[in-house]
Design a protein around this ligand. Structure first.
Ligand code: NI
Length: 285
């Protein structure tokens, strides 16, 4: 590179001397061609180097993102307005190819994010692209256990056997560590708390979508209770929930809510989520 730049400078110098001598044309045709060839080569190399730098950045950033969670939260929330209210939409029991992708389309179209508490038994080759899509959209993936067993019915080993493999498969398939747990049925006692290493996220607004299976009932249940700091429970496995979200999500956005992930909301509210502790909402009291 240095050698090339040296050549350019040298040619320029020769050019200026020649100019001085001839008092006519700046460079001869041949000199112009030489200069052009060298500069073209330099420019080409420069583009190549730029590409190398640009290509290496995402992987460097990826390493940073998976090791420094505070940095992740800083980056993902820096464009939010701290003066506007936030809501964390959460969806349990998925992912399910036929419904979850449609929900992601709705979120994407509205510039919204959500948190998905997935079941380990639903994860595999078929659902990996959904997890990757969630990550690329900035959505969060949480642990809803391996197979929806009520954790309070299990001993320490039993609890670990439902939580830890699910954490691992989420990390393997999504490329991101799993930071949150939602115990099935929202059921967690001291024994559960003692045997998990992540915060447990419950909810304060229950859409009861699994019960009504009716968009016209799900919509007002959520809309009428919505407030800053709320955590809303829904299920991305029911077509009626997806139908409700077609109305609900744009409506909440229109009302001024920023639809963020659970970890983002905690970060924005200055709450440090502690392992084994239960959180129902992030409403400032
Ligand atoms: Ni569930």
């Amino acid at each position: 590179m240095k050698k090339l730049l040296g050549t350019v400078v040298l040619l320029a110098l020769i050019g200026s001397i020649l100019t001085g001598c001839s008092k006519g044309n700046l460079y001869s045709r041949e000199e112009m061609q030489n200069l052009h060839d060298v500069i073209g080569f330099v420019e080409e190399k420069q583009l190549e180097y730029q590409k190398v730098v640009a290509d290496s950045l995402p992987s460097k950033l990826g390493e940073k993102l998976t090791t420094d969670m505070e940095f992740v939260d800083y980056l993902s929330t820096k464009d939010y307005d701290p003066n506007k209210p936030t809501i964390a939409l959460t969806f349990d029991d998925g992912p399910k190819t036929s419904t979850t992708n449609e929900l992601l389309d709705i979120l994407e179209a509205n510039g919204a994010k959500a948190t998905f508490f997935v079941l380990g038994e639903n994860l595999g080759e078929k659902t990996e692209p959904i997890l990757r899509r969630m990550v690329s959209m900035g959505c969060e993936i949480g642990n809803h256990s391996l197979d929806h067993t009520q954790l309070t019915t299990l001993d320490a080993d039993g609890i670990r056997s439902k939580i830890e493999p699910t954490n691992e498969i989420i990390k393997e398939l999504s490329g991101r560590p799993c930071r949150l747990i939602r115990p099935p049925y929202g059921s967690a006692d001291e024994n559960v708390s003692a045997n998990v290493s992540q915060p447990m996220i419950l909810w304060d607004i229950d859409s009861r979508d699994w019960e009504s299976r009716d968009a016209s009932k799900i919509i007002p249940k959520v809309r009428d209770a919505a407030c800053d700091g709320a955590i809303i429970l829904m299920h991305d496995i029911h077509p009626e929930t997806i139908e409700a979200c077609k109305t609900l999500i744009p409506e909440l956005v229109k009302q001024g809510y920023q639809l963020v992930t659970v970890s983002e909301m905690a970060y924005m509210k200055g709450i440090t989520l502690e392992p084994g502790k239960k959180y129902y909402d992030m409403i400032e009291k």
